[in-house]
Design a binder for this molecule. Structure first.
Ligand code: SF4
Length: 501
């Protein structure tokens, strides 16, 4: 795992999603960096979610097409496979995200292979660095076997991690079972641990239309930039400097930097290209990033949010990587889908962590405790209520035995809990660590008259088709004896990053 001694970040102007122009720019970038794709070349886009609800959330297909064609232009004789791979937002089939992003026609046109990461074998990667959260991680086999790995993210804000550039895009190199483990107040450490799986030799971020303010439903911001590089930490640091934020203030960048994955100081990074840093900064002036506490986020709405600290308070007073951020994404999805969303939601109260203040709920107003670590004792509408923490120490969670949670099973569970609460007037308890965006979205839907995006006829048809394709492939692989399930340790261990001389 080689980290360039003096990493390079290239800033190029690109006004539109013209695949030919992007191909030329990226080919020149690969040439400048002296890179030649080889063997199994794998490209990881950010396709967390796509159209019609999330038109600005993903790496655009035209961008990906330009990158793929440039990689092929520059490949050496050993190129064996050129592919893309991704695991989109949890519970949703990656097939659905790829379809909504218009990836399939582009892949057919370019003759590039694709992997839905939740449908391939998951391979164990042992970890041994001292700061690790656990002793092994799992990653999809194509990632573990890639000879030339390319990171192709989208330039966006993020409510849990401030920004999502190159390092954060690695959250999509795990399937749901493994991605949810440690996706809590230690999320930044998890992202840093994922860096030991593989480092990209090339990074190209889609910053032509960047995503401002949020992650799933960002506000589009024309920046007209293709940014390329050969070191993730240096790359993300330059992206932070473009936004005028301190890279060391973004924990996953700081942690990866402290562990030797690259520099953050501009004096240690060569910045080139036809756009100067000052010009890029001018294009990003006033760009809004994430990190809004949930209480503040819902101010002025019918939702009252209360957040106490998660367990292990010595590390944080707020769970930035888990449940509170998920409800912010959930409401934004509903707002996109139903213009009357806020007007349709009655006054409700949502509680996270070990909150120890009052809950100002009147009789008939719903109270929802979200997450295993929720804990509270007091009176609600004159009735004594005691909520115990169900939080399980992370050491009890074994990636080998982690289970996939089905969206339809979640729908049944959440709707039953909400119906029970409506009947008895008791508070609702949603368990999990974290409780996913999908479950929190369902809780809001079942508390109001807001339309359920999952059940709208057009969405339901597309979703079910993709879901059935995913499940059918899983069953077919099992019947064929293909190891869909977990395989043993990969050849690649977690070699410490080594700086080239
Ligand atoms: S239950 Fe939710 S809020 Fe609590 S630690 Fe887990 S992810 Fe964070």
């Amino acid at each position: 795992m080689k980290i360039p001694a003096r990493p390079k970040v290239i800033l190029r102007h690109c006004d539109s999603y013209d695949p030919g122009a992007i191909r030329r720019i990226v080919r020149e970038g690969l040439d400048e960096l002296g890179l030649r794709p080889r063997g199994r070349t794998l490209v990881k886009p950010n396709c967390v979610a796509s159209k019609p609800q999330f038109p600005h959330a993903y790496t655009r297909p035209e961008f990906l097409e330009g990158v793929l064609l440039a990689l092929r232009d520059r490949a050496d004789d050993t190129l064996e496979e050129l592919a893309i791979g991704e695991r989109c937002g949890i519970t949703v089939p990656t097939r659905l995200a790829f379809e909504g992003a218009d990836y399939y026609p582009m892949l057919k046109r370019t003759g590039v292979k694709h992997y839905h990461f939740e449908e391939v074998p998951q391979v164990e990667i042992p970890l041994s660095h001292p700061e690790r959260l656990r002793d092994y991680l799992f990653t999809p086999e194509p990632v573990a076997k890639a000879d030339f790995f390319v990171n192709c993210p989208k330039f966006k804000s993020h409510p849990w991690t401030t920004v999502t550039f190159s390092l954060k895009n690695y959250i999509g190199i795990q399937d749901d079972r493994h991605r949810l483990i440690d996706h809590d107040h230690r999320l930044d450490e998890k992202i840093a641990d994922l860096q030991y799986i593989v480092q990209p030799e090339f990074i190209a971020i889609d910053a032509i239309e960047a995503g401002e303010g949020r992650m799933l439903t960002p506000i589009p911001r024309h920046m007209g930039l293709v940014i390329m590089g050969n070191c993730q930490v240096a790359f993300d640091a330059v992206c932070c400097h473009i936004l005028g934020i301190d890279p060391l203030g973004v924990d996953h960048i700081r942690l990866a930097h402290e562990r030797g994955f690259g520099p953050v100081d501009l004096s240690a990074i060569e910045v080139t290209g036809d756009v100067g840093l000052a010009d890029a900064q001018a294009r990003a002036k006033g760009f809004k990033v994430g990190l809004i506490r949930v209480e503040k986020y819902f101010e002025g709405t019918t939702i009252s949010a209360y957040a106490g600290p998660p367990p292990e308070p010595e590390r944080t007073d707020y769970c930035w990587g888990g449940c509170p951020g998920a409800i912010e994404e959930a409401i934004e999805i509903l707002r996109q889908f139903d213009a009357q969303c806020d007007a349709k939601i009655p006054r409700i109260h949502i509680v996270f962590g070990a909150y120890d203040g009052p809950i100002d709920a009147k009789p008939g107003e719903r109270v929802i405790f979200i997450g295993d670590c929720a804990k509270w004792e007091g009176d609600i509408a004159g009735k004594p209520i005691k909520i115990e923490s169900l939080y399980k120490d992370r050491r009890t969670k074994d990636p080998y035995t982690a289970k996939h949670e089905d969206i339809y099973a979640k729908m049944v569970t959440v709707s039953a809990k909400m119906a029970d609460s409506a009947r008895t007037g008791a508070p609702v308890r949603l368990t999990g660590c974290p409780v996913s965006v999908a479950e929190q979205l369902l809780a809001l839907v079942y508390s109001s008259d807001v339309k359920n995006p999952i059940l709208e006829p057009e969405n339901a048809f597309r979703f079910n088709r993709a879901y059935l394709g995913w499940r059918a492939n899983t069953v077919a692989q099992r019947l064929k004896g293909t190891p869909y399930q977990i395989q043993g340790a990969a050849d690649r261990g977690d070699a410490a990053p080594e700086v080239e001389r």
